[in-house]
Design a protein around this ligand. Structure first.
Ligand code: CP
Length: 308
């Protein structure tokens, strides 16, 4: 039987192409299971998972929790805002206290890049990174790539543009690493102020003209401007950003082809994408959310098997 190569899922950087393919094959099975009338399997019975979120989340937190319930895991949910973190407790003390209650796996979101790597060095449980600051969001990249594979049949050779706030986006970095490992051509597009200089060293094309990027691609993944992470004014206003980089129906009509539209959420409707495009037949945004449950089931199932 094939096995995941790592004890943790800290980032896409740490896993192999074979690991990614194994997640996809396992997710295919779970996707068919969760579309049956009886959606629950006993695969993680007796495994206890703590969902530790130091940052807000809707999709990722709910998706992980649902995936754990479908796998019959025992779950503890921890939100920093209502915990003793507000009294000054450190990350390690918080997690060590949770682990003292015999927790096997920790799914963590944290605003500090590298927080999951740090934790993995100090505690024994399996760690899954649910987004660490501007660094990585590996399960988002896996579900995004899985959704492209489902829609287009394969990823190798496909042209994917990631548009927007590349500089502050963990989704962008994890997507680039994942898509490149799977043989896609990747481009980033946005204002120069939101594209870090190092990005070309990852083997991606860089484009500042949205129409050129859209004409080039098979898939456009539109990112939110991360207003909470801007340390300076990187563009004059959201209105101006939207005029230059917002995806709307007019821009899609100017293309001589159909492209697939993606967005990791949360969407700022009317800024990076209009409602008409987000809700159009070209959009696979809700497929991404649906696939997130099967992909996260696959990741946790494979990592739990690694513990045995
Ligand atoms: N895509 C994503 O990570 O969304 P949340 O912040 O709602 O989890």
């Amino acid at each position: 039987m094939k096995q995941f190569s790592q004890k943790h899922l800290l980032g896409i950087k740490e896993i192999s192409t074979e690991d990614i393919q194994l997640v996809f094959e396992t997710a295919d099975n779970f996707k068919s299971i969760i579309n049956r009338p009886i959606k629950k399997v006993p695969s993680m019975r007796d495994v206890t998972v703590a969902n530790v979120f130091f940052e807000n989340s809707t999709r990722t937190r709910i998706s992980f929790e649902l995936a754990q319930k479908r796998l019959s895991a025992d779950i503890i949910n921890f939100a920093a805002s209502s915990s003793s973190v507000s009294k000054g407790e450190t990350l390690i003390d918080t997690v060590k206290n949770i682990l003292a209650m015999k927790v096997d796996m920790v799914v963590m979101r944290h605003p500090a890049p590298g927080a999951c790597v740090f934790l993995a060095k100090h505690i024994d449980a399996t760690i899954i990174n649910a987004g660490d600051g501007t660094h990585e969001h590996p399960t988002q990249a896996l579900l995004d790539a899985y959704s492209i594979r489902e829609k287009l049949g394969s990823i190798k050779g496909k042209k994917i543009v990631i548009v927007g706030d590349i500089a502050h986006s963990r989704v962008a970095l994890s997507n680039i690493l994942c898509l490149k490992k799977l043989g896609a051509e990747v481009m980033v597009c946005g204002p120069n102020t939101l594209i870090p200089k190092y990005i070309a060293s990852l083997g991606v094309k860089v484009e500042t003209d949205l129409m050129k990027a859209l004409n080039w691609c098979d898939v456009a993944n539109m990112l939110r401007i991360q207003l909470e992470r801007q340390e300076q004014n990187n563009f004059p206003s959201l209105r101006e950003y939207s005029m230059l980089y917002g995806l709307n129906e007019e821009r899609l009509h100017l293309l001589n082809k159909e492209i697939v539209i993606m967005h990791p959420g949360p969407i700022n409707r009317g800024v990076e994408i209009t409602s008409a495009v987000a809700d159009s037949k070209h959009s696979i945004i809700l497929d991404q959310v649906e696939n997130g449950v099967a992909v996260r089931m696959a990741v946790m199932y494979l990592l739990a098997g690694k513990q045995a």
